[in-house]
Design a protein around this ligand. Structure first.
Ligand code: SDX
Length: 382
């Protein structure tokens, strides 16, 4: 049997492959630009709300006030969970990490949604709203369960950020706190074909269902090279502990060729525009909440990295300052990545519906580099 010996060129990590078209996020990695449907992320972070940004991403235009009011009403009507889900959360081991719990509970939600396997665009839009609305409830409820606290049921009079913080802490957040979370949700909502979004597209491209696709995406986001980086940044800041230990710690890691979490990006070879706004926003929040040491340590790390690796296109990414933001909000470290997931459901669901509008099964090739024409050797001759 003749074998084609030429091994095709493999694009490792698909780093230079354009696998889909999208109308939602534009990223210019060399200039550090991010736009949602053509609007710069900085303008959205300063002027918009998470719900308005979700409407922008899903409908490809800013909503009118009445459209936004109607959208908010639909989301808030879906905050609550089926009774059986509340009961199921109490069965989850308290020792489970929140990302395992979120992935499992989102997957379980499908079994209580009679539209779970309805592939129509209308059903997928309704499922997108359910997932967006229920994920914060699942995260807050699991956290209260693992701490032995009573559930705080969702309150449809509040936006997603306020409702989440109230369900989590058992008291309404200050306006500054809810605004800080709202800004983080805006900044994390969508980002082209990042690993978790691509994974979700692979799943939906088989004509599987929205819940399966979002479950795939949650599992993918969890990794420390992706959404798990914000938790890893906080672990690093806690390991460093004091300002006077920053230089030795960071330079030691760099000398050992270890990566500094919260820095570098597959696409951005300039400052991540999301980190720009987050840095300015977090400075005040950290000061207001007595976390200025975290902020000061972070800026010192940034200075060291700027001198050491900026020339190679390694800059802070969105996860670097979001760690100080979430810590300033009083969130446990292992709730940081669930915050990312809660927001990115907007992008994941949007990409699933976008993929289905012109579906093609995603199935790349593998370059075989193993042997050929090997005989089958009977067991007694091995
Ligand atoms: C997110 O894709 C997205 O859009 C993701 C995201 C989104 O919104 O969905 O933006 C969110 O995931 C942000 C990234 C969060 N991850 C981290 O902060 C983890 C730390 N960063 C690195 O692991 C890394 O930068 C990646 C994974 C993010 C990107 O890595 P690449 O593109 O695969 O590049 P690479 O690992 O091959 O690095 C190239 C060089 C290497 O040096 P050499 O081997 O060439 O000598 O840059 C170095 C790396 O060692 N490098 C770093 C570094 N990141 C890359 N060196 C020190 N510290 C780092 N953080």
């Amino acid at each position: 049997m003749s074998t084609n010996t030429a091994t095709p060129e493999v694009d490792k990590g698909l780093a230079t492959t354009y696998a889909a078209e999208t109308e939602m996020s534009f990223i210019d990695g060399s200039k550090g630009i991010l736009e949602y449907v053509g609007i710069e992320i900085d303008a959205l972070a300063r002027n918009s709300s998470f719900e308005e940004v979700v409407s922008l991403l899903w409908n490809r235009r800013l909503p009118t006030q009445s459209e936004l009011d109607a959208f908010n009403k639909k989301i808030r009507a879906e905050y609550d969970l089926p009774d059986a889900m509340w009961a199921m959360i109490k069965q989850v081991p308290s020792s489970a990490t929140p990302m395992h719990a979120l992935r499992t509970l989102v997957s379980a939600l499908a079994m209580f949604d009679e539209e779970a396997d309805d592939p129509s665009e209308g059903a997928n839009e309704r499922k997108s709203i359910r997932l967006l609305a229920k994920a914060p409830t699942l995260i807050a409820a699991f956290d209260r369960h693992r701490k032995g606290q009573d559930f705080v049921k969702p309150d449809a009079s509040m936006n997603i950020a306020s409702n989440f913080l109230t369900m989590l802490n058992g008291e309404k957040p200050t306006d500054t706190m809810q605004k800080a979370l709202d800004v983080c949700l805006i900044l994390h909502a969508d980002h082209g074909l990042n690993a978790s979004t691509f994974a979700g597209r692979v799943t939906i491209s088989t004509l599987s269902d929205m819940y399966s696709a979002i479950t795939t995406a949650i599992g993918t986001l969890k990794g420390p090279l992706h959404g798990g980086a914000n938790e890893a940044v906080m672990v690093m800041l806690n390991e460093i502990g004091e300002m006077d230990r920053v230089d030795q710690y960071i330079k030691g890691k760099l000398d050992r060729k270890e990566k500094i979490m919260g820095f570098g990006h597959r696409v951005y070879k300039a400052y991540d525009p999301r980190a720009t706004y987050l840095k300015t926003f977090t400075k005040q929040l950290a000061a207001d909440t007595g976390n200025q040491k975290l902020y000061e340590m972070s800026t010192r790390i940034e200075q060291i990295m700027d001198e050491a690796v900026a020339a190679r296109g390694i800059y802070p990414n969105v996860d670097f300052y979001s760690a100080t933001t979430y810590a300033s909000l009083g969130l446990d470290i292992d709730l940081f990545t669930p915050m990312f997931a809660m927001s990115r459901i907007a992008g994941w669901a949007g990409h699933c519906i976008e993929h289905l509008s012109d579906n093609r099964l995603i199935r790349p090739r593998a370059a075989y580099v193993g042997p050929h024409e090997k005989p089958y050797v009977p067991m007694n001759e091995r």
